[in-house]
Ligand binder design. Structure first.
Ligand SMILES: NC(=O)c1ccc[n+]([C@@H]2O[C@H](COP(=O)([O-])OP(=O)(O)OC[C@H]3O[C@@H](n4cnc5c(N)ncnc54)[C@H](OP(=O)(O)O)[C@@H]3O)[C@@H](O)[C@H]2O)c1
Length: 494
């Protein structure tokens, strides 16, 4: 159970009028107020460019909370939150704005007894990360001997290794690693946290979690949406940087890591990093044999005809940016030697799903030789939109015959109305205030994953790797299926 937080603090949200704040941060803060989890001494200050007074801003927040909260809006709870929200308007480049903000925060410290503790949340586009950190430093708002100063950096953390290294140096020079919280909101999702519990709290799974019993592991994250209005950003990114570098490698690390020596933050992160360090090296041969890059063409999503990626108005008609990646890789350590990990992520796919499928090895076909259809045991960890765990096993079909059929034990966590799972941001904000960095990425994790995808990008560039087209609404390019079929396997859709 989450416990009530005790750190008296002021949370400052840069980008307080933006989409992220309205859709995720404020509704999550409301949910924390609703559950009475926030500290008694707490208030929120939002920074934006639009011209609002506190009341106008609060009314906007109320609308967003009503729209996106998972709990009903109760007047008493909203009133408690409402009176703790403040708004200040200035341009992030403007020094005088920081003077005003500083004075405002010092006044609020007196009103709320928040002891100078500051929780800065940068819900802004990456070009402002450095600007804001520098200004906070220059205005003596970043460090204070006698109080706590932390910062959350939204994704993306850099657009390549060089920019990530630069950004990291600029931020940690001011805030230090232990006070820097790099968001990967996938880590806040219920089932991601559940991977460790599933593995390390159930003897039936952990004892089989190795190359002796597992045939392959598939990690998929697919979306039905295209790039929507993010075409401009996506042209500088692509699926490899947007999904594989962060979310997918994090899922891989959690699935494959060794048991940490205990549950403290650094022990868990140490084990995740070891997985990243054990990834099979990227070579030209590896990329050619084991990777497929694709881009969506026209097609149908449900009953709607949709355009190709290149037809988006913010996208070049000749763009060769990938909206889909599939790959096979090995983790070169004792536990996983010889077990292929298949990863895929794509936009405009047939279905929206994020899941991890563990396919166990088949038994020798000695007793049940006739059963062509004998399916392997599968353990499926469903991350979103359905959250839960499914286990598939074989059983006898009831009746006089000896037929075997696969059946599924399916635990759906978010199907139960009373078990309404928290939004990832709710958990992450809670941990941020608590000072728990476990669900945020440490610099060496970011560093390794950037090095890994940069090598792939370099080879793609130098060897002009083919870009495969796939129809919107499909399961990606044919080549992604062949990646498994040539080894007698297939992508599971469960
Ligand atoms: N939206 C999401 O669901 C989502 C999900 C994951 C990560 N993220 C990340 O979160 C960050 C914010 O995304 P967003 O979608 O919320 O962006 P957004 O809707 O464009 O909001 C940007 C915010 O920054 C403010 N701003 C921009 N330039 C400013 C300036 N020069 N001075 C002062 N304020 C300025 C805007 O204020 P005004 O509007 O008042 O001008 C607005 O509050 C990005 O790094 C994004 O990658 C977003």
């Amino acid at each position: 159970m989450q416990s009530r937080l005790e750190l008296p603090s002021l949370m400052v949200i840069f980008g307080g009028t933006g989409d992220l704040t309205h859709r995720k941060l404020m509704p999550s803060l409301y949910n924390l107020f609703y559950q009475n989890l926030l500290p008694d001494s707490f208030a929120i200050v939002s920074v934006g460019r639009r011209d609002f007074n506190d009341e106008e801003y609060r009314n906007q927040v109320r609308e967003s909370v009503e729209r996106y909260t998972r709990f009903k809006v109760e007047e008493a709870v909203w009133e408690k939150m409402r009176e703790k929200i403040y708004y200040i308007r200035f341009n992030f480049d403007d020094d005088s704005g920081y003077d005003s903000l500083k004075a405002m925060l010092e006044n609020l410290d007196k009103r709320y007894n928040t002891l100078g503790n500051r929780l800065y949340y940068l819900a802004v586009s990456p070009e402002y990360f450095e600007v804001i950190v520098n200004k906070l430093d220059r205005h003596a708002m970043a460090l204070n001997e006698s109080s706590i100063r932390r910062i959350v950096i939204e994704k993306p953390f850099g657009k390549d290794l060089e920019s990530a290294e630069y950004l990291n140096e600029r931020i940690t020079r001011v805030f230090k690693e232990e006070n820097t919280y790099r968001i990967d909101h996938y880590l806040g999702k219920e089932m991601i946290q559940n991977i460790m519990v599933m593995r390390f709290a159930n003897s039936v799974f952990e004892h089989l979690w190795n190359n002796k019993y597992i045939d392959n592991i598939q990690i998929s994250s697919t979306e039905t949406v295209g790039v929507e209005n993010r075409g401009g950003y996506y042209e500088t990114s692509g699926a490899l940087k947007d999904m594989i570098q962060n979310h997918m490698l994090q899922l891989l690390a959690l699935t494959a890591m060794e048991p940490p020596i205990n549950l403290d933050t650094e022990s868990i992160r140490d084990e995740k990093v070891k997985v990243l360090r054990s990834l099979q090296p990227v070579t030209g041969e590896f990329v050619k044999e084991n990777m497929v890059r694709g881009q969506y063409g026209r097609g149908e999503i449900g009953i709607h005809q949709v355009n190709a990626y290149r037809e988006d108005e913010r996208v070049s008609p000749e763009s060769d940016v990938e909206t889909f990646v599939a790959m096979k890789l090995y983790i070169e350590n004792y536990r996983w030697a010889g077990v292929p990990f298949y990863i895929r992520s794509g936009k405009r796919m047939a279905n929206k799903t994020t899941e991890i499928v563990i396919q166990f090895k088949s038994l020798p076909k000695i007793l049940y030789t006739k059963d062509e259809d004998l399916l392997p045991n599968l353990l499926v960890i469903k991350v979103q939109p359905k959250e839960g765990v499914m286990f598939q096993f074989n059983t006898k079909r009831p009746g006089t015959g000896n037929d075997i059929i696969p059946v599924q034990m399916d635990f759906c966590q978010n199907c139960m109305a009373e078990n309404n799972s928290p939004e990832a941001y709710e958990r992450l904000i809670h941990d941020f205030i608590k000072g728990d960095t476990t669900l945020f990425t440490r610099w060496d994790e970011v560093d390794f994953s950037w090095r890994y995808v940069e090598e792939i990008l370099r080879i793609w560039r130098e060897e002009e790797t083919d870009l495969r087209s796939y129809p919107s609404g499909s399961w990606g390019p044919e080549e992604a299926h062949r990646l498994l079929e040539k080894e007698g396997r297939k992508w599971w859709l469960v």
